[in-house]
Design a binder for this molecule. Structure first.
Ligand SMILES: Cc1ncc(COP(=O)(O)O)c(C=O)c1O
Length: 482
């Protein structure tokens, strides 16, 4: 535990804090920084004397702030060594153990789930949201279409991307996945055929099959969408829906250019296929300048498109919020489907998300910066530790889709699990099996953890190569949520 934080760095991070009383303002500021990871865990805080000088406050202010942090479980004193950061309940408080395979140890690096921690600003958004809450307490506050202020902000975000949208075209859901389940339910019925990319985000396709859909896979090629093949598949199979992820596709990271969007929309219109466009990763453009120059929303080319949005990756998964954007004519049908599944999303979270939308530029910039740092660290670490693995560097999103020299991803991930890193092999994302040559590594951990993860993967890879029969490991069931 050699990490220590200088008093100057702490002063920069806490910035200006409320001074009535100052010790509480300082403690609150530090607690948020420790909670969201801007100050790491197990880090030694500066001595009281150093921090007193750096902040130009009284010694009592710092002493009482540290005391408050200790009482709240965000710091601990180690005799003779100083004050160290922690969070109540430890790191595992922010994880659901059921998402990790039973064989993974407690300190396994979890890269199964491609979802990052909260960016700076989420805690403050909830505090501001709480101030608005009393105005809602006089009614039941069920909002099956969404809290109107949030609907308005989401609609405005499409307007800003050049897609005219009114608030009544937005239904706030409990995440994009819930949006996919609502759409599938709205179209449910025997004989429903849904065209889906392969590989794809498996939970959304499961939502379709639960609604009775028969999946028609369309294979993505290493560089994206082959539209001649797509057109032929649409003609031959006549699907009713097409579930597409054109913006930093999960798991491949592909970004569909404008010209392809236009042609794909025309192919679907000719076949009377309703596009269901999942934009869960749309806000995660990581190349400098790309966020301002992203391809147009698919719905700009397709009036019938139903778009799914998510707050999970741009802001935070713990909000459990997303939305559906559809034509006003489509909304009553979606609304009927929605209320058969749930009656609306929590008001407090919707108010907090509105607060985040009001500071979107600042929050998203900070979020993209840290994700870019993580991505670049992962790319360098895979190149160094797994030089025979091949990948394209996605311009955004959350994961590297690695191609192994042999189809042994399942065996590699099974061994990696025993060595303390959990990753999802290609078959998890395949619609009809296969893709065992691929493995997804998300850059959702800090660089240090990503580097260690690739070392463990390299050890697993070496063992798989040394084994006489590494194809025998069967695909095992796994819970994947992102
Ligand atoms: C393409 C895609 N859609 C939907 C989701 C789930 O989003 P939400 O958390 O909003 O339900 C994910 C999560 O990784 C995803 O990758």
């Amino acid at each position: 535990m050699g990490r220590a934080l200088s008093a100057r760095k702490v002063a920069t991070l806490v910035g200006d804090f409320p001074r009535s009383p100052a010790y509480l303002g300082l403690a609150d500021g530090l607690r948020v920084l420790i909670g969201d990871g801007r100050i790491g865990l197990g880090v030694r805080l500066p001595s009281e004397r150093e921090l007193t000088q750096a902040l130009d406050v009284s010694r009592t202010t710092v002493t009482r702030a540290y005391e408050t942090l200790r009482d709240q479980g965000y710091a601990e004193s180690r005799r003779g060594a100083g004050t160290f950061t922690r969070v109540p309940g430890g790191l595992s408080r922010a994880h659901d153990r059921s998402l990790l395979p039973a064989s993974a140890g407690r300190d396994a690096i979890d890269l199964n789930c491609a979802a990052p921690s909260a960016p700076p600003g989420v805690s403050e958004a909830f505090q501001r949201a709480a101030e608005h809450l009393p105005a809602y307490l006089s009614g039941p506050a069920y909002f099956p279409m969404g809290e109107p202020g949030l609907q308005t902000r989401i609609a405005a975000s499409y307007e800003a991307r050049g897609l005219p949208t009114t608030p009544d075209q937005i239904m706030v859901t409990s995440g994009a996945l819930s949006g996919a389940a609502i759409v599938a339910q709205a179209f449910a019925g025997a004989g429903l055929r849904a065209l889906v990319e392969s590989p794809t985000y498996p939970n959304a396709t499961q939502a379709m099959t639960h609604a009775g859909a028969r999946l028609v896979p369309f294979a993505l090629d290493p560089h994206g969408w082959d539209l001649d093949a797509f057109e032929a598949t649409v003609r031959q199979t006549a699907p009713r829906l097409a579930y597409l992820v054109p913006d930093f596709h999960n798991p491949t990271g592909h970004l569909m250019p404008d010209a392809q969007r236009e042609r794909l929309a025309a192919i679907l219109a000719a076949g009377r296929v309703v596009p269901v466009v999942d934009e869960a990763h749309q806000a995660l453009a990581l190349e400098p300048g790309l966020a301002e120059a992203m391809p147009a929303p698919f719905a700009l080319f397709s009036k019938s498109a139903i778009t799914l949005g998510s707050a999970s990756k741009a802001y935070w998964g713990g909000l459990r919020l997303g939305w559906i954007r559809a034509s006003s004519e489509m909304m009553p049908r979606l609304m009927r489907a929605r209320i058969s599944l749930d009656l609306g999303s929590p008001v407090m979270e919707q108010l907090a998300l509105s607060e985040l939308f009001d500071r979107a530029a600042e929050v998203l910039t900070a979020n993209r910066e840290r994700l870019r740092t993580n991505r670049d660290a992962l790319v360098a670490a895979v190149r160094e530790n797994l030089p025979s693995w091949d990948f394209l560097i996605p311009k955004g999103g959350l994961a590297l889709w690695c191609e192994l020299p042999q189809p042994v991803a399942t065996a590699t991930s099974a061994l990696a699990e025993q060595l303390g890193v959990v990753v999802a092999p290609g078959p998890v994302f395949a619609v009809e099996g296969g893709l065992n040559r691929f493995l997804r590594i998300p850059w959702t951990a800090e660089p240090e953890a990503l580097i260690e993860a690739t070392r463990r993967l390299a050890a697993a890879w070496e063992q798989v190569n040394a084994a006489p029969d590494h194809t025998s490991t069967a695909k095992r069931s796994r819970v994947l949520i992102a």
